[in-house]
Design a binder for this molecule. Structure first.
Ligand code: OGA
Ligand code: FE
Length: 284
């Protein structure tokens, strides 16, 4: 009888087998609304399918991961924030902490944090503290089109100059209370994504239309997670890189139901911040 929720593959790596939600097909272009659309229009038009995948324990290769190879890393990171549900404290205390972290890890010259989301399924259901549910489908937050547009939105005066050098969009994700016991974040190794799997999707806000990537399933996809993330650990995940030289330019991520969660697992409580990352011009 199977008694363990973890498997060991032929390569000896530990993994859990779970189902993830992928897009069933690439066309017509999926449209996702950030608010209730007019009557008769579906909130999410893309059709999703569940696919079983093995999610490997990323802690087994911690020191081998890199943002430019895999598209994500895990790092230790202390924070002085006491209440992540207080947006003012997050902006005043956490944003500068994350700015320094991203500069240190990437060697970038300038980091601008422009957004954050707290996730807690219990508060989200009650509509409290601006909390959202964990994300249920495989996605990447920007596309090759929408990423540069973000720079123009947030730094219109400087955009031409900034876009002439390397820039990236990086999310920093962490547990905000205890350790993560349920609905952890899964990350796909950027090298395992194929161009045909990538599906641009419209993201409709009341005043503009953004664009994200959804993904169709491919057995090449290699998934990781970091079991039981603690409050002093942070994931950096790359959602865009302007540099096109074979490095990871984006990846894919989603939450999932972890079969190794304890029976009375605490609800997921996390924060992610979104950062624009700019490097100094390369010497000629
Ligand atoms: C993100 C994201 C999903 C989640 O950090 O960009 O999509 O469930 N997170 O935390
Ligand atoms: Fe995301």
């Amino acid at each position: 009888m199977e008694t363990s929720t973890h498997d060991r593959g032929q390569d000896g790596s530990e993994s859990v087998v779970v189902s993830l939600y992928y897009l069933a097909q690439a066309t017509p272009k999926p449209v996702n609304y950030t608010y209730d659309p007019p009557a008769g229009v579906p909130r999410n038009s893309g059709k999703h399918v569940e696919q079983n995948v093995a999610i490997h324990n990323g802690r087994e290769l911690l020191n081998k991961l890199s943002l430019d190879t895999n598209g994500f890393v895990l790092t230790e990171h202390e924070t002085a924030v006491s209440d992540f549900y207080d947006p003012e404290e997050v902006k005043a205390v956490y944003y500068p902490e994350v700015e320094r972290l991203v500069k240190r890890i990437t060697g970038a010259e300038r980091v601008l944090i422009f957004d954050h989301i707290v996730r807690n399924p219990v508060l989200a259901k009650r509509g409290e503290k601006g909390a959202r549910e964990p994300a249920k489908v495989v996605h990447n937050d920007y596309t090759f089109k929408s990423a540069p547009r973000r720079v123009r939105d947030h730094l219109p005066e400087e955009a031409d100059q900034l876009l002439s050098n390397r820039f990236a969009e990086i999310n920093v994700w962490r547990a905000i209370r205890g350790s993560i016991e349920s609905s952890p974040l899964a990350l796909c190794d950027a090298r395992s994504l194929r161009p045909d799997d990538v599906v641009p999707c419209d993201l409709v806000y009341r005043d503009r239309v953004g664009e994200t990537y959804g993904f169709t399933y491919n057995p090449t996809h290699r998934w990781y997670y970091f079991p039981r993330m603690e409050r002093n650990e942070a994931i950096l995940l790359k959602c865009y890189d302007s540099k096109d030289d074979g490095r990871a330019r984006f990846t894919a991520h989603t939450s999932f139901e972890d079969p190794s969660s304890p029976p009375n697992a605490a609800p997921r409580e996390s924060i992610e911040v979104r950062a624009l990352v700019f490097w100094a011009p390369e010497p000629a």
